[in-house]
Design a protein around this ligand. Sequence first.
Ligand code: NAX
Length: 326
Amino acid sequence: MRPLRIAVTGAAGQIGYSLLFRIAAGDLAGERPVELRLLEVPGALKALEGVVMELNDCAFPLLAGVEVGSDADAVFDGVDLALLVGASPRKAGMQRSDLLQANGAIFAEQGRALSEVAADDVRVVVTGNPANTNALIAYRNAPGIPRERFSALTRLDHNRARAMVARRARLGVDEVEQLTIWGNHSSTQYPDLFNARINGISAARWLGDDAWLNFDFIPDVANRGAAVIAARGSSSAASAANATIEHARDWLLGTEPGTWTSMAVPSDGSYGVPEGLVSSFPVTCEGGDWSIVQGLALNAFGRSKLEASVEELKREADVVESLGLL
Ligand code: NAX
């Protein structure tokens, strides 16, 4: 079978260092061989050469080839899947609009390059922050690619929330199903336990502890990244790589029957989220396509949380629009 061509940007970074080895070991594409196309800024290419040496030293049977470079048009040529991880970090004194501008330029350029040279059925996952708005910028600058082929990562938030609920309920993670992260991958995200199920019952009802839900669970999910930084001295990397792989694998190979996952995707207007904004929703995947799970009830609390997160997404979209990035 022809190897799946997978582009990874920011490949010499922290997340890249976990991600590449897992992909090469077969965790994303199953038994299908993979070819890695690694994009980095020129200053990081030397470090990336060292990573490539280590990839070779693993003698992965499924790794059909590795190419590296800092020219997006060359690296993205013919890729089936693009994992856009590399982004400009937030530096001291930077406003959010400065970060949106620095990253907007990267994702506009990468969207254009993918549109021109990637495979016709390419799928694009944005992990680099601010992930939802970077995905919006990328798809708006990629006229040759249907917008449904772009998504952004909220799977790490989903996994964090699921594991926290399982620990609280003293159950295995498999027993917590149908959890949803709604909205932006930011502190405004809404992890929904009302529609989540434990043994077929609403997880909120099963836990029966509104104070925990409001004052511990929701802030803990939103602030988990900061807690990891405080403990480890660096941001989440292995768990972010794991989430990126699970997101892409579910998209390409399908979600488990009877449940769903969380993905940030361009809204079709579902649940009142304005069309085109990249928001996290409950989704199922089949045959390489995602669909938003319809018909879930959002109570007044959930609706106000989602609305607040969508307001933030709108503000981010307005900023990047005013910067000429859309
Ligand atoms: P690192 O700073 O370790 O690595 C980023 C890499 O990207 C660097 O090697 C840098 O040279 C490269 N890069 C910068 N501009 C580039 C460009 N134009 N083309 C190609 N490569 C470029 O960050 P890391 O910890 O790996 O995190 C990467 C991104 O993931 C960050 O934006 C981070 O905020 C984001 N995250 C997103 C998460 C999510 O759930 N959506 C969670 C984890 C993580 O915080």
